[in-house]
Ligand binder design. Structure first.
Ligand code: PEP
Ligand code: MN
Length: 359
């Protein structure tokens, strides 16, 4: 996928901060929110949902077409760029006709290749930036596929938006962040800008700062945070929208990481990284030694006609390794995950060995 780096087309200094209400509700609400946000330092894009994809019919579905001119008025009055969600080709056409600066594709639309293809067709020949939220389900290929379809229509200014993933388990978050997803996305498409949407991950105000900071710590390129002039009155997502004052103090508290690395920093990193490379090599050598011992264990089990998996021994191994891990200051979940993977591999090797014997 051939995409343009954010700094090539966006003049605002990083990180890119996008904010505004979940929904455009009235001209007054749009203008008052935009004016308050324009006074804060660092916000360059004003977002608002104009067509809202609702779970149940009859809920507030946005103000539609007429809200686009409120957004353009907001741009004229504040200089902020505008971003709108589009779920259908006619939404895209309306945004293009009104000169909306940026469009985004929501999480419910990103799951549907047909819907994305229709939107991509409408975007052919255009040059505006398109943000693609992750699909609600945790499927990285589906997310990448959606961006590829938009990219194949000729759009180079693509931004991935990480808004978390649907989860059955009620937990701290409305949508599970599954950080491994955007991390893997960055590994697979290094130049692609990624923005985090902590509002939809959290679903409530309280943890937005923590998630936003984590995204910056991971090197994300920006944040999309919902804000409303009077969050308590919001027609949608009232619990997660910040007032301009709340947003202002959050932005002041965030620590922005530097993406340029000075020479001294590079040198120090280089030294430590070569130590890490050596340690990883040692880890792999020790794993291979362990593997040789497992092979001997398999031979003994075959000789004495023993099963490959011995639950009592495994229970003791796991308990013992978790204890050692705690003593060594390692994260218990990590130690468990590593030991479980090693044990799975060991049991597989032994049962393959016994199976060959049986065959
Ligand atoms: C939104 O940004 O208001 C929205 C509907 O988000 P998502 O598509 O991530 O649910
Ligand atoms: Mn919302």
């Amino acid at each position: 996928m051939e995409t343009e780096k954010l700094e090539h087309w966006n003049d605002a200094s990083p990180p890119l901060i996008i904010s505004g209400p979940c929904s455009a509700e009235s001209e007054k609400q749009v203008l008052e929110t935009a004016q308050a946000l324009a006074k804060l330092h660092g916000i360059s894009v004003f977002r608002a949902g104009v067509w809202k994809p609702r779970t149940r019919p009859g809920d507030f579905e946005g103000q539609g077409l007429k809200a686009l001119s409120w957004l353009k008025k907001a741009t004229r009055e504040t200089g902020l760029k505008t971003a709108v969600e589009t779920g259908l080709p006619e939404h895209v056409k309306a945004c293009l006709d009104h000169g909306i600066d940026i469009i985004w594709i929501g999480a419910r639309t990103a799951v549907s290749p047909f819907a994305i293809q229709d939107i991509a067709k409408e975007l052919k020949g255009q040059d505006l930036p398109v943000m693609v939220k992750n699909p609600v389900n945790a499927d990285l290929d589906l997310w990448i596929g959606a961006m590829e379809r938009i990219n194949e229509a000729g759009i180079k200014k693509i931004i991935a938006v990480h808004r978390g993933f649907y989860t059955y388990k009620p937990g701290r978050f409305r949508n599970d962040p599954l950080w491994e997803m955007p991390i893997e996305l960055r590994r697979r498409i290094p130049g692609l800008p990624i923005v985090c949407d902590p509002s939809h991950i959290c679903g409530k105000k309280e943890c937005i700062r923590e998630i936003a900071q984590k995204a910056l710590n991971l090197g994300f390129d920006g944040l999309m945070i919902e804000s409303h002039i009077r969050p308590g009155d919001a027609c949608t997502d009232a619990a997660q929208q910040l007032s301009p004052a709340e947003l202002s103090s959050l932005l002041q508290m965030l620590v922005v990481r530097d993406n340029d690395k000075p020479d001294d920093c590079l040198q120090e990193l280089e030294k430590l990284r070569s130590l890490i490379d050596k340690t990883d090599e040692d880890l792999l050598r020790i794993l291979s030694e362990r593997h040789e011992i497992v092979k001997q264990v398999a031979r003994i089990k075959r000789e004495y006609n023993q099963p490959a998996f011995q639950p009592e021994r495994w229970r003791k191994v796991l308990e013992d390794r978790v204890r050692s891990g705690i003593r060594l200051g390692l994260d218990t979940a990590m130690v468990k995950a590593i030991m479980e993977q090693i044990h799975r591999d060991s049991v597989k090797n032994q049962s393959d060995f016994l199976e060959n014997d049986a065959g």
